[in-house]
Design a protein around this ligand. Structure first.
Ligand code: DGL
Length: 259
């Protein structure tokens, strides 16, 4: 069982930011990644649709023999992970906006969060926020339009810069000193955001924490792959293969799959 692959899925290519962290921390692990780009963005869909798509991705990864699934999408985690955990036998790792470290470390007592509508309106996000950010002002901003731009290969574009400027303005007015990236597509914006933000604003994302949690859960279930041969890594998209290849610098095997 330990030689079986880790399954990872996202609404599109953004979750490759999580896949890269997992591959760096667990280089022996075989991985299968699903980019459900044809259905991106998930962020504006109903909770029911997000659940339905998460089940579809899970079933496909299970049919490929995955031993554990990483839901590399904040929107799918916050809307579907309880159902997935309750209905499938294998372990699931999810990703949630890193409100806790931001709230613990802020000096201005104000943090910003950029995420999808689906994440910010979810019960799980509100629960986490209420639990860890008591007494802290959380400036929430829906990143409307960002995922479609990344999915259409316009990561580094003027359109993106203009959109980010609009979203950052209210946060900077409120004097945030932490910006939490609550969507797995957004780590790819870090170079642009770093240029746009004042120096005292730190950016936090949850990628490394997810990779560490994946390792801990594999260890706990005795599922860590101790093989030292090069792993089998396969990334599938039901969208544009060139755009997937561009975001991973063509470093891994990719193919188109109709799912
Ligand atoms: N990567 C997804 C997330 O982390 C993207 C959301 C979307 O498809 O709208 O939330």
């Amino acid at each position: 069982m330990s030689k079986q692959p880790i399954g990872i899925f996202d609404s599109g290519i953004g979750g490759t930011s999580i896949f890269k962290e997992i591959n760096a921390l667990l280089p022996n692990e075989n991985c299968i990644y699903l980019a459900d780009s044809i259905n991106a963005p998930y962020g504006n869909k109903s909770s029911f649709d997000i659940l339905r798509l998460s089940i579809k991705n899970t079933e496909l990864l299970l049919s490929k023999g995955c031993k554990l699934i990483v839901v590399a999408c904040n929107t799918a985690t916050t809307n579907a992970i309880s159902y997935l955990r309750a209905n499938y036998k294998i372990p699931f790792i999810g990703i949630e906006p890193a409100i806790k470290p931001a709230a613990l470390n802020t000096k201005t007592k104000t943090v910003g969060i950029l995420a999808t509508k689906g994440t910010l309106s979810s019960q799980l996000f509100h629960k986490t926020s209420d639990l860890y950010a008591r007494g802290i002002k959380v400036v929430e901003q829906v990143g409307e339009g960002i995922v479609p731009l990344i999915e259409s290969g316009k990561l580094q574009s003027n359109e993106m810069k203009e959109l980010l400027a609009v979203y950052l303005e209210p946060m900077l007015k409120e004097n945030i000193d932490y910006l939490v990236l609550g969507c797995t597509h957004y780590p790819y914006l870090i170079p642009m955001l770093t240029q746009m933000l004042p120096e005292h604003v730190s950016i936090i994302d949850s990628g490394l924490a997810v990779a560490k949690q994946t390792k801990a859960i594999l260890l706990q279930h005795n599922l860590l792959n101790k093989n030292t041969q090069p792993p089998s890594i396969k990334l599938f998209t039901n969208g544009n293969l060139d755009i997937l290849n561009a975001i991973i610098n063509s470093e891994f095997e990719t193919s188109y799959l109709d799912f």
